[in-house]
Ligand binder design. Structure first.
Ligand SMILES: Nc1ncnc2c1ncn2[C@@H]1O[C@H](COP(=O)(O)OP(=O)(O)OP(=O)(O)O)[C@@H](O)[C@H]1O
Ligand SMILES: [Mg+2]
Length: 395
């Protein structure tokens, strides 16, 4: 039967989806620790706490908040304490009304869409929370959407909610936003929501992205499906964005591409094809605009890499000599070849990395993250064969 065929690469595809919350978040220990510290009063005394998570796209704010809440729930369950959390994405529920309905439905799933004023809903929510008599954590994700619209009053109301709350209940808040919200909140809300509670999420570095790729691969794919070099190549694609979402997307696409082939691992070319599907830096225009010398240098590198992830500059240079001869051009000296490489790197067409060798020497390696080298070579050969490219004057 067709669907009985076992997966060769993908063990559990759900683990690559955006809403999966990994058990362990690599490189977010510091943020988790700060959340723990800020929420200690809630755990020990049921007191209201607050935190504000900020950082650019794909830096793990949402997933860290979710992980933290799940860990809190587990801790409380194991220690016979009660707590609950309500997670709201304010971009999806972008009105006071929408947010409140979602919160009330946490207690009363049948609560009607229409028929109640905001004040009535606030009172209803309060009653539910009080009668639950336990601490609550409310996560307002992408809260800036709410603050920028005319629903900022709701944030204020919620942050004041805890005052005079009966029955051992309290409300703690985690607010999340890419932008800083302190200037969007008025002074009154700011006082209950102190500036000191900000937790910053920096863009991931290339090394951190590589670890994230490996961690997610370990969860979702069969052992050995991604080696360190290929993970590095995927991280290299996301470098500069610092966005974990982007590299996980490439990993997922690459895994499905690899699943089709019979190699049993994700190859460097699978990763490149996946990236080309998502976003390619190597547009036809960019290649056509290269002068003859750089076209030849790039063709040499593309041919020298073949199916590998990296090629050393020495090997690339040897191929460069052959390519120049083939096109009737004089191969430039090493220093000149090196400046071509630097130019191509600046144009985001290739990437270089310096590695220490066993003998203590340092060698420059070149990679082409964005496009399978074979495809790149084909495009360049086509361009080099067209008369315009060959008419180009040399200096
Ligand atoms: N440290 C990490 N380890 C494993 N996966 C991670 C890590 N950080 C982020 N991710 C994953 O990367 C993706 C993006 O993370 P998340 O959604 O938390 O970003 P965000 O900071 O909320 O971005 P946005 O501002 O766009 O909402 C998610 O699929 C998440 O599971
Ligand atoms: Mg988010």
């Amino acid at each position: 039967m067709m669907f009985d065929r076992a997966s060769v690469i993908i063990k559990d595809g759900k683990k690559l989806s955006f809403d999966h919350v990994p058990e362990n978040l690599v490189h977010r220990d510091e943020q988790m620790r700060r959340l723990e510290t800020l929420f200690r009063p809630m755990i020990s005394g049921g007191l209201p706490c607050s935190a504000f998570l900020t950082g650019s796209v794909g830096t793990g704010k949402t997933v860290t908040a979710k992980r933290f809440c799940e860990d809190l729930m587990r801790y409380c369950a194991a220690n016979s304490r009660q707590m609950d959390r309500i997670f709201i994405n304010c971009r999806i529920r972008n009105t006071e009304h929408g947010v409140l309905i979602h919160m009330i439905r946490h207690f009363d799933p049948g609560f009607p869409e229409r028929g109640f004023s905001v004040d009535e809903m606030l009172r209803s929510l309060r009653r539910h929370i009080e009668s639950a008599s336990r601490p609550f954590v409310m996560v307002l994700d992408e809260v800036d959407v709410l603050l920028k619209s005319n629903s900022r009053n709701l944030v204020y109301q919620l942050s004041r909610f805890t005052e005079g709350m009966r029955g051992g209940s309290s409300i703690s808040m985690i607010m999340i936003s890419q932008e800083n919200i302190s200037d969007m909140l008025d002074d009154a809300s700011m006082s209950s929501f102190r500036r000191a509670n900000t937790i910053r999420f920096d863009r991931y570095t290339e090394e951190e992205l590589r670890d994230i790729v490996l961690a997610r691969a370990a969860e979702a794919l069969v052992p050995g499906a991604v080696d360190g070099d290929v993970a590095g190549l995927i991280a290299n694609i996301g470098k500069g964005y610092g966005d974990a979402r982007l590299v996980i997307e490439v990993l997922e696409k690459a895994a499905y591409i690899a699943e089709e082939s019979s190699e049993g691992v994700i190859t460097a070319d699978d990763a490149r094809s996946a990236n080309a599907m998502i976003y390619s830096n190597v547009s036809e225009n960019k290649l056509a605009d290269l002068d003859l010398k750089k076209k030849l240098a790039l063709l040499a590198i593309a041919r020298a890499i073949k199916g590998e992830t990296y090629v050393s500059i020495t090997r690339a240079e040897r191929t460069y000599a052959v390519v120049c001869e083939e096109y009737g051009q004089i191969a430039r000296k090493h220093t000149q070849f090196w400046t071509y490489i630097q130019d191509l790197e600046r144009m985001n067409i290739l990437d270089t990395v310096v590695r220490s060798e066993e003998n203590g020497g340092r060698v420059t390696y070149i990679s082409i993250p964005d496009i399978p080298p074979k495809e790149l070579a084909k495009k360049l050969e086509y361009l080099l064969d067209s008369p315009i490219a060959n008419n180009e004057c040399e200096f």
